[in-house]
Write a protein that binds this ligand. Structure first.
Ligand code: FAD
Length: 365
């Protein structure tokens, strides 16, 4: 497997906070060659949803195989921010319309709302309890001048999608528990919710194997090639011959699995830090008590949410994420950490002294 970045970017031992909150099933390694109707490579949301959806549509679950190089949820699906909301682009609606037309923009928006509903349905259908919270999403203006754009977006949401969004001007932020010197007002879109990503992932993984889908962990696909009308995939424990193949490897893809993927993907790093549980006094001294999931209006945005207190913890933790770079050297990681911590301190000055024991980079394609 030939990969773009430094080996430490693919370390198996992630040590993320989410792993302490849920235990996804451990899949056995493939020990002998076998056949499948459909082989799915990658045990994250994409691979698992694909497997479950195919089974829902009538494909025999026993003929579906999922391969995972590590264990389910090792990739971005087990370590993301847990924001289930719109936000597939930072382009404002008027620019989308100018570039793609009104029909396509409507379709794009519908697709995003359908994705939110699909997660909601999965939670219910597979009985997954994933610490959901937040009534839609709040975008916070990082400059006063951004408020005009938020007002325009509110109107566009109404005109195009009949959606009632809410503007909060700067003086109203404190009363909503969103006090920070960084922000100048907000737009709340009543779509989506936040969840514990690892609990969601674990639920999907359990649902998949529960209906008979075969899943193998610690089993990287090392190469893929055509074999007559089939696909042949080699792994350390044997090969799999499949009628159909789905590659769901995200930012962890290899340049040579298959070789035509080379040069087609550019993964970038993302970084999230998480505070220790905050006390009531700390929450009040910052004036940030809302559990609303938030992002700011920057193009390379920050996203943050006060999570519901975990079992056995006295207070909520703040999750704070931002985009990072394209290098995983120790020096770049250290710089990334300094940058995210500096931004966190500027957004929440009352929490400058609060420890953030969990912090780590993740790749996303
Ligand atoms: C820090 C961060 C925060 C994010 N926050 C959010 C958020 O709040 N909301 C949101 O909607 N999205 C968020 N995302 C994006 C979201 O997490 C991803 O889009 C999603 O998890 C992708 O799922 P996936 O299944 O495609 O990929 P992944 O979950 O990354 O799974 C890919 C899997 O493929 C496996 N794999 C790779 N190569 C092979 C191989 N050769 N053989 C076998 N297996 C292989 C890997 O081990 C990995 O487990 C975030 C991403 C990051 C990185």
């Amino acid at each position: 497997m030939r990969r773009l970045y430094e080996p430490q970017a693919y370390d198996r031992d992630v040590g993320s906070y989410w792993q302490t909150t849920a235990t996804p099933p451990r899949w056995p390694a493939l020990k002998q060659s076998r056949a499948a109707k459909i082989l799915i490579i990658g045990g994250g949301y994409t691979g698992l949803n694909c497997a479950l959806e195919l089974a829902e549509q009538g494909i025999d679950p026993h003929s579906i195989v999922v391969l995972e190089a590590c264990q389910p949820g090792w990739g971005a699906s087990g370590r993301n921010g847990g924001f289930c909301c719109t936000g597939g682009t930072k382009l404002p609606v008027d620019k989308l319309i100018a570039r793609f037309g009104e029909d396509e923009t409507r379709r794009f928006f519908k697709q995003q709302t359908a994705s939110i509903e699909s997660v909601r349905e999965n939670l219910s259908r597979y009985h997954i309890s994933a610490d959901t919270h937040s009534n839609g999403e709040t975008q916070l203006a990082h400059r006063e001048s951004e408020m005009a754009g938020l007002h325009a977006e509110k109107q566009q949401m109404k005109d195009l999608f009949s959606l009632d969004c809410r503007i909060t001007e700067k003086p109203g932020l404190s009363s909503q528990g969103l006090a920070s010197p960084e922000f100048h007002g907000a737009l709340t879109t009543p779509l989506g919710f936040a969840l514990n990503p690892m609990k969601y992932l674990s639920g999907l993984a359990q649902a998949a194997t529960g209906i008979g889908i075969a899943a193998y962990g610690g089993t990287p696909a090392l190469s893929i090639r055509r074999a007559g009308n089939n696909w042949q995939t080699d792994t350390p424990g044997g090969h799999i011959t499949a009628d159909n193949l789905v590659i769901a490897t995200n930012g962890y893809s290899s340049e040579d699995v298959p070789d035509w993927l080379s040069g087609r993907l550019l993964p970038v790093l993302s970084n999230i830090l998480l505070t220790r549980p905050l006390t009531e006094l700390e929450l009040n001294s910052q004036g940030w008590t809302s559990h609303q999931m938030c992002s700011d209006t920057r193009k390379l945005l920050h996203y943050f949410r006060l999570m519901p207190p975990a079992e056995g913890e006295a207070g909520p933790r703040m999750l704070f994420g931002m985009r990072s770079g394209t290098s995983a050297t120790p020096a770049s990681m250290a710089m990334m950490h300094r940058r995210i911590r500096a931004d966190f301190d500027r957004f929440f000055p009352a929490w400058r002294g609060v420890e953030t024991p969990s912090s780590g980079p993740v790749w996303s394609a």
